[in-house]
Ligand binder design. Structure first.
Ligand code: HEC
Ligand code: HEC
Ligand code: HEC
Ligand code: HEC
Length: 424
């Protein structure tokens, strides 16, 4: 059985990736250290033309967060700047357009502080809007650092200590886990447990040990405990890079997950709809969720003659990143509802779309059907953001309230404007 630990061509490149900061220090430090990870990624740009809708490295948005000076007013984790809210502690959930709507709704409040500080309103391309918002959504993926003492409790209560020692001991049914010292990140441990799952589960059944069931944070704690017990490794620690959700999407198909969970995790043949499961959880918790259902999945796989999927290198990390981003995708909106949002949220006062013309006397905005502005959700968010200062002056100048939007409004508006494009 391939362990994935010895043959790891890709891992050297990810050495000092900064992701280890995530495992060894606090999240604040991790977010700083993650800058290093970006250097490695910049060398492996995706081939031109592949333009995935999600960034290959969700941490890349952090570079924009700084170059667009969002960090002049917003802290991420721990640091307090006082001008804008701390975005790392905001726990953004919801779809891309729901986060896009949050950005839109804060335009008046934000732009006041732009005027005060004299900062220019940052212009974003659609790719940049996606990267920034995906980054904000991604922050919680990092989870919290593990606590070794709690990991020891997990090691005993989940029965690991019946079969494993760490750095010498009685239990020797399974390998001494000190061997993991160089790689003992929570996701790497999860990957090894998963790969050895079938034989471990069989051993547990024989010894009448209930299969382990991990709670939130257990894998992080376990990983901290293994590292503490195993002591420093002979070489530098080499850990997994943050996952690539696009690669994870490919793995979801190639590893057979989609056979039961359907394309995009929509459910279908024998597996639940994963979009309905709350998977926007820290990476190690997602891996735990997979493991906690391993027994149930294994029996379905056996019934259907599907082999146990194994993971090498950063494959589990990629898959987990894909699962994390499942709730981020927007469904298609309702064009009819979008037409009423367009009317009621005052867009129609200034914009024509398709057959309908703008109101007499309003500030003329561009015709919105047939624009590239709504070609994708990301271009719509970017266009609305870039034009926000002009719209703000026009709307608030007339003493009218800012037209706040929900994510559903955004989806429906886009569906409406797209349908108008199609009708021309
Ligand atoms: C000049 C200061 C300033 C800059 C620069 C700035 N913001 Fe803000 N931002 C604010 C303020 C103030 C608020 C709160 C506004 C409100 O409550 O309506 C805010 C609110 C937000 C919110 C909503 C937060 C929530 O709790 O829902 C998001 C998201 C956001 N900003 C993202 C960004 C991004 C991304 C950038 C960089 C492109 C950025 N901001 C740049 C001042 C700023
Ligand atoms: C019933 C005995 C048993 C229990 C209980 C058990 N394991 Fe294992 N474990 C094994 C055996 C046997 C292997 C080697 C399996 C193989 O070679 O396929 C193994 C392999 C592993 C590996 C891969 C090691 C490597 O060098 O790659 C890890 C990690 C691991 N176990 C962690 C755990 C953790 C964490 C727990 C508790 C949650 C646990 N195991 C509980 C028997 C057990
Ligand atoms: C043979 C069918 C099958 C395959 C293949 C399969 N699953 Fe599952 N999956 C299931 C079933 C059935 C459940 C529910 C099992 C249970 O509750 O014990 C499940 C549960 C899950 C859950 C937990 C959902 C929840 O309710 O919390 C996750 C996450 C998951 N699978 C991910 C995956 C991934 C990732 C893969 C590919 C590596 C995969 N599954 C492959 C059938 C499958
Ligand atoms: C008070 C007038 C006014 C209102 C109300 C208004 N807009 Fe605008 N809008 C403008 C103006 C003016 C521009 C051009 C801004 C510029 O050039 O920077 C614009 C630009 C845009 C663009 C960019 C178009 C492109 O082709 O790049 C989009 C998208 C947009 N608005 C959407 C909306 C939506 C959706 C609403 C309703 C929630 C709305 N606008 C409400 C005046 C308005």
């Amino acid at each position: 059985m391939a362990s994935g630990r010895k043959s790891v061509p890709g891992r050297e490149r990810q050495q000092r990736s900064g992701w280890d900061a995530w495992t060894f220090a606090g999240r604040t430090l991790a977010l700083g250290g993650l800058m290093l990870a970006l250097t490695a990624v910049a060398m492996a740009e995706p081939p031109p033309g592949s333009s995935p809708s999600l960034p290959d490295n969700p941490l890349k948005g952090r570079l924009l967060f700084e170059s667009r000076e969002c960090n002049s007013c917003h802290g991420l984790v721990g640091d307090k700047l006082g001008i804008g809210p701390n975005l790392g502690e905001r726990h953004f959930s919801g779809t891309f357009l729901e986060l896009g709507a949050a950005l839109w709704n804060h335009v008046p409040g934000m732009s006041v502080t732009f005027e005060v500080t004299g900062l220019p309103w940052p212009q974003l391309t659609s790719g940049e809007a996606m990267e920034l918002i995906a980054f904000l959504y991604f922050i919680d993926y990092l989870g919290r650092p593990g606590v070794a003492a709690d990991g020891e409790a997990v090691f005993v209560s989940q029965g690991c200590s019946s079969c494993h020692s760490i750095g010498g001991g009685e239990a020797n049914i399974g390998p001494d886990l000190a061997e993991l010292r160089n790689f003992a990140s929570p996701l790497y441990i999860a990957q090894q447990i998963w790969n050895h799952g079938p034989s471990m589960l069989e051993g547990m059944r024989r010894l009448d040990i209930p299969p382990p069931n991990f709670g939130e944070g257990d894998l992080a704690d376990l990983s901290a405990f293994v590292r503490q017990k195993a002591g420093p490794g002979p070489r530098e620690r080499m850990l997994l890079a943050p996952g690539n959700p696009n690669h994870g999407n490919d793995l979801f198909v190639s590893k057979g997950c989609s056979k039961c969970h359907g394309a995009d995790g929509r459910g279908g043949d024998g597996g639940p709809d994963l979009r309905l499961v709350d998977l926007r959880r820290p990476a190690e918790t997602i891996a735990s969720t997979m493991w906690n259902h391993a027994l149930g999945m294994r029996s379905t796989m056996q019934e259907r003659g599907i082999g146990w999927p194994e993971f090498q290198d950063s494959e589990l990390a990629d898959l987990v990143a894909f699962l994390y981003f499942l709730p981020f995708s927007d469904s298609v909106g309702d064009p009819q509802r979008g037409a009423s949002v367009f009317r009621e949220r005052s867009c129609k006062d200034c914009h024509a779309a398709g057959g309908s013309s703008r109101l007499e006397g309003g500030v003329p905005g561009p015709e919105l059907s047939g624009t590239t502005a709504t070609a994708s959700s990301a271009s719509m968010v970017a266009a609305m953001w870039n034009h926000a200062p002009v719209m703000k002056k026009a709307i608030l100048g007339e003493g009218r309230p800012w037209p706040e939007l929900t994510g559903q409004d955004m989806r429906d508006l886009r569906a409406f404007l797209m349908s108008q494009t199609a009708a021309r």
